[in-house]
Design a protein around this ligand. Structure first.
Ligand code: GLN
Length: 189
């Protein structure tokens, strides 16, 4: 029987503790990843919300940029929430900041505007159903192409995308009670 899968949570900055707790609540193993050696120990990776420019800079500093890209090329599942969605994107509107450039999407940062910097909404998600989404200075996806598939929209804005082993959400499932998105990701692993 294969051993239990270990889900790594990138722990450079942002909401990594909450993701770790949610994965453990699902009955799976989670561990924090800060170094390439730690990435080697995990079967999948979550890139949390936070500040995408900061997480991107730290990734490069710790040599995790190339390490994550190499594992992605070998098919390791990766899920990015919010800042993580931005870091997975190939294109970022109006920005030349570092990104992993793995998903066929163009994102817009802080895209929901000032008045609604943070808000909650019910979302309908393909294959999953209805869940509550918390958006915090969230991006949305302006464009998808290639292999990327839209899983959810809020109003007409794309807020969840899957591309084979890669998943991204503009909202923060680690901050709500339900575990349905974490379970969906675990099923991908
Ligand atoms: N606005 C942040 C960024 O652009 C993302 C916010 C978040 O992750 N909650 O990096």
């Amino acid at each position: 029987m294969a051993g239990k899968k270990i889900i790594g949570v990138l722990a450079l900055q942002g909401a990594f503790v909450e993701h770790e707790a949610a994965i453990k609540k699902c009955g799976s193993q989670a561990c924090q990843v800060r170094k390439p050696e730690e990435l080697n120990q995990v079967d999948a990776l979550i890139i949390p919300g936070g500040e995408s420019t900061t997480i991107g800079k730290l990734m490069q500093e710790f040599g995790l940029d190339q390490a994550i890209q190499d594992r992605a090329a070998q098919g390791m599942p990766i899920w990015g929430t919010c800042a993580g969605m931005i870091l997975l994107a190939k294109e970022i509107d109006n920005s030349d900041q570092f990104r992993l450039g793995l998903m066929d999407v163009k994102v817009k940062r802080n895209a929901f505007g000032r008045q609604v910097d943070s808000f909650e909404a019910d979302l309908d998600i393909d294959h999953i159903g209805r869940t509550r989404g918390i958006f915090i200075r969230a991006p949305y996806v302006e464009e998808v192409w290639g292999e990327a598939r839209v899983l959810s929209r809020y109003k007409d804005k794309i807020v969840m995308v899957q591309q084979n082993d890669l998943l991204s959400t503009a909202f923060h499932p680690e901050l709500t009670q339900g575990l349905c998105i974490h379970r969906y990701f675990l099923d991908m692993v």
